[in-house]
Design a protein around this ligand. Structure first.
Ligand code: PMP
Length: 403
């Protein structure tokens, strides 16, 4: 404080001093990329993590109808009963997950809120939270905000970015309290099948870990169906599953997600939610209810289109001569940059020279330093052009122009 007025209102200077756990989170590493992108007007972005499709019409109509009828009040804290029932039915039909709509489901403002609630509800200061990485960028800050300690568990391209017990043991995850999984994975596109999840489940049981399983890309699995770790023996009671409408139903801006878990877990999360959020957006809940009731065909159609794009992008990277493992889920692939480059340098030069925006893999934690996250939630026309530009860039950069 200086004692001098510094604004017309006569406010005194005040030094905002963010809490240590807020200061502990570094600024986002991709800010610089936005600045470079703004310098050009021909940028094709393969950087985004959201569908390019609009929300299916019937869901939009349901939202509009609810507004016309003046349904704009809060709902029950845990979400509208009909929606929780619809979610329970959907989770059973699609993923063999059985949860009681009255006590085992909470509807949240995006899966993001659900994940944050779980960290705040179950992480005590100093608790160790093991995160299989590379993975979605919000987990680490979420753990830090909750006062926990992050333990990175790197996955490897040689294992197709699946988590292994060896990786858990090497990282010391046996001493953790919580394990965070994200399959199908953002950013790698990796999936884990039942047989690969079984040893992870055994490890979690043996070391008494709470498992937080972010399954928001569960519908976007291209070869065979998704398996939830919560369906494996002894796992339901120690797992919280997150899902939502942003990805499969193309509803990112409507902000609607949910968590499924044993009643005690959901009650603890609801204790925070009822004071901090009250209830998830009502209009979005009506859209979501309709999405579950009538948008199965639209979802399947979007999944087919993502799959076509996936195959195109993977085959083009191979033609270009970049190593890329066979991503089988979500809408990302994760190619390795040519020898001598870091992902960050490659992404920056590619953006400057060719106007193609991708995200360097290191943003997603340990294990992605030499990779790029390439999203194919973009039309085939743009994907074709972007891959042609990447080919030109790789041809021009050659072996002597390395970083
Ligand atoms: N989890 C993962 C793995 C994601 O990729 C995203 C969105 N990028 C989210 C959660 C957040 O989803 P929502 O929009 O439902 O908050």
């Amino acid at each position: 404080m200086t004692g001098e007025p510094d604004s017309p209102g006569g406010d005194r200077e005040f030094d905002f001093d963010p809490a240590e756990r807020v200061q502990a989170v570094p600024p986002s590493g991709i800010r610089r990329f936005f600045e470079i992108a703004e310098e050009r007007d021909d940028v094709i972005s393969l950087g985004v993590g959201e569908p390019d499709f609009a929300t299916p019409w019937t869901a939009r109509d349901a939202a509009i109808d609810s507004l016309e009828q003046g349904k704009t009040s809060y709902t029950a804290n845990r979400g509208m009963r009909e929606l929780r029932e619809a979610i329970a039915g959907y989770a059973t039909d699609r993923f063999d997950l059985e949860y009681d709509p009255a006590s085992e489901i909470i509807v949240t403002a995006g899966a993001s809120e659900a994940v944050d609630l779980a960290f705040r509800a179950f992480v005590d200061p100093g608790d160790v939270v093991a995160i299989a990485q590379p993975s979605y960028i919000s987990y680490e800050p979420g753990v830090t905000f909750a006062g926990g300690e992050v333990l990175s568990v790197p996955t490897r391209e040689a294992d197709e970015f699946r988590l292994t017990v060896e990786a858990l043991e090497d990282a010391g995850a046996a001493d953790a309290e919580v394990l965070v999984l994200c399959y199908p994975n953002n950013p790698t596109g990796a999936i884990m099948r039942k047989g690969e999840l079984e040893p992870i489940a055994e490890f979690a049981r043996e070391h008494d870990l709470l498992v937080l399983s972010d399954e928001i890309y569960a519908e976007l699995t291209y070869e065979g169906d998704h398996t939830s770790i919560a369906t494996l023996p002894g796992m339901r009671e120690r797992t919280i599953v997150f899902n939502g409408f942003s990805k499969a139903h193309a509803m990112t801006g409507l902000r609607l997600g949910y968590a499924l878990g044993p009643a005690d877990a959901v009650a603890a999360m609801n204790k925070i939610h009822q004071y901090t959020m009250l209830s998830a957006p009502t209009t979005a809940q009506y859209a979501a209810l309709e999405a579950l009731e009538s948008c199965g065909d639209e979802v399947r159609d979007m999944v087919d289109q993502y799959d076509r794009r996936r195959q195109f992008v993977l085959s083009r990277f191979r033609e270009i001569g970049m190593d890329v493992f066979e991503a089988k889920g979500a809408f990302y692939c994760f190619p390795e940059v040519p020898e001598g480059w870091t992902g960050e340098a490659f992404a920056e030069e590619l953006l400057r020279e060719q106007g193609v925006a991708v995200v360097p893999g290191d943003v997603f934690g340990t294990g992605g330093e030499r990779h790029l996250r390439v999203s194919y939630a973009t039309g085939l026309g743009d994907l074709r052009e972007a891959l042609a530009r990447i080919e030109t860039f790789v041809d021009e950069c050659g072996p002597d122009r390395t970083r």
